[in-house]
Ligand binder design. Structure first.
Ligand SMILES: *Cc1c(COP(=O)(O)O)cnc(C)c1O
Length: 357
């Protein structure tokens, strides 16, 4: 033993890197956008490359105010982070003490429990109900130590979202001392009109913080930039945990350019939403059970068959996300990529049926 001493909180954790799938496979495992950067965004990045010897604007003042104007909020109600994951970690560090509790849906975004524990807080997972966040049980799980409730809407990896009446009823009964972190990583893909835009909840519910990202619909996953919208006291607390220069110069420039390219990006999102419908309909016609999805992905709850399905898909050249013994999540890709996936899923289904499964 080296005599190394580390934070007690970390002792029962392991380093949790997300594994990158074999790059020779069709990449439908990480909910990334199917398309590379828009030419206009690529151009801005090429120009910004020339300045990487200079630190970024640490407060991302230009981007912060552009986002605030775009969303119709104050600059002091917005902050930027190294992906929405960077902000998620900052929110935990800003709001939790050792022993605080964080209530969150499960199965949901894999990284929630680790981020909660790294902050010294205690995870309080609440099982999904019909593949969406079970807000009633989450409310019942709140105690005196609860500081944060994460609502993942729509839920990753399952797809369904909670509607406005349900969410408002939950918020009305929630103690004001508890902050709701509304993770809207897939906001741009939501089409069900019953699902609220989290920003419309902020006025009546000042304990809500809305988390969004440029990684998914904006296609900037590798650049790591996300934003948080909340009342100024929350933003100020979160900004105290900011890691200096953590939102890079390239990330800021690309995010700014993307906000200016809404129309072209909107067309790409629309294409993904159309493909989501086509993929789900085809899977249903093949005999799979698939929940409705408001994200850029669909979920097959295959239980113990999940690992086998993942392996089968690999043989067809497709990487999907396998949650062992629970299910498989497929990211909506281009039409051609989706066709390869659908053909593979159909073949697996045929083989199962002829084996009497
Ligand atoms: C992908 C995803 C994120 C964030 O990703 P970043 O790349 O860190 O912005 C956050 N929450 C959920 C639920 C996601 O699926």
């Amino acid at each position: 033993m080296s005599g190394l001493r580390t934070r007690a909180t970390l002792h029962d954790l392991v380093p949790a890197f997300v594994r990158t799938p074999d790059p020779s496979l069709i990449q439908l495992a990480a909910n990334e956008a199917a398309y590379g950067p828009l030419p206009s965004v690529a151009e801005v990045l090429a120009r910004e490359i020339e300045r990487v010897n200079r630190y970024p604007d640490d407060g991302a003042v230009g981007l912060r105010h552009t986002i605030a104007d775009w969303l119709g909020v104050e600059g002091a109600e917005v902050t930027l982070g190294a992906g929405s994951l960077g902000l998620l970690e900052q929110v935990m560090l800003a709001l939790c003490d050792q022993g605080s509790e964080v209530v969150y849906p499960w199965r949901s975004f894999d990284v929630y429990p680790q981020l909660i524990r790294v902050a010294g807080a205690t995870p309080r997972p609440v099982p999904l109900r019909e593949e969406r966040n079970d807000l009633e049980t989450m409310l019942a799980s709140i105690g005196g130590r609860t500081r944060v409730v994460i609502v993942c809407n729509p839920n990753n990896p399952t797809g369904p979202a909670v509607g406005r009446p349900e969410l408002e009823s939950f918020l009305r009964r929630l103690p004001r001392t508890v902050t709701v972190l509304l993770d809207e990583a897939y906001f741009e893909y939501v089409r069900d009109p019953a699902v609220p835009d989290g920003l419309t909840l902020l006025r009546d519910h000042p304990n809500v913080a809305v988390l969004r990202t440029f990684s998914k619909a904006y296609g900037l996953a590798a650049l790591r930039v996300g934003y948080l919208v909340a009342r100024r006291e929350i933003i100020e607390a979160v900004d105290k945990t900011h890691v200096t220069y953590s939102v890079s110069r390239l990330a800021q420039a690309a995010a700014l350019a993307s906000i200016g390219a809404q129309e072209e990006l909107g067309e790409r999102v629309e294409a993904t939403v159309r493909e989501r419908g086509r993929v789900r309909d085809t899977l249903l016609s093949q005999g799979w059970r698939v929940p409705v999805s408001e994200g850029n992905f669909v979920w097959l709850r295959l239980g113990a068959a999940s690992q086998g399905f993942g392996k089968d898909l690999e043989r067809f050249g497709v990487a999907v996300k396998v949650v062992p013994d629970e299910g498989v999540r497929m990211t909506i890709g281009t039409r051609e990529e989706n066709d390869v996936f659908l053909e593979a899923a159909g073949a697996v289904r045929e083989a199962e049926l002829s084996a009497g499964g």
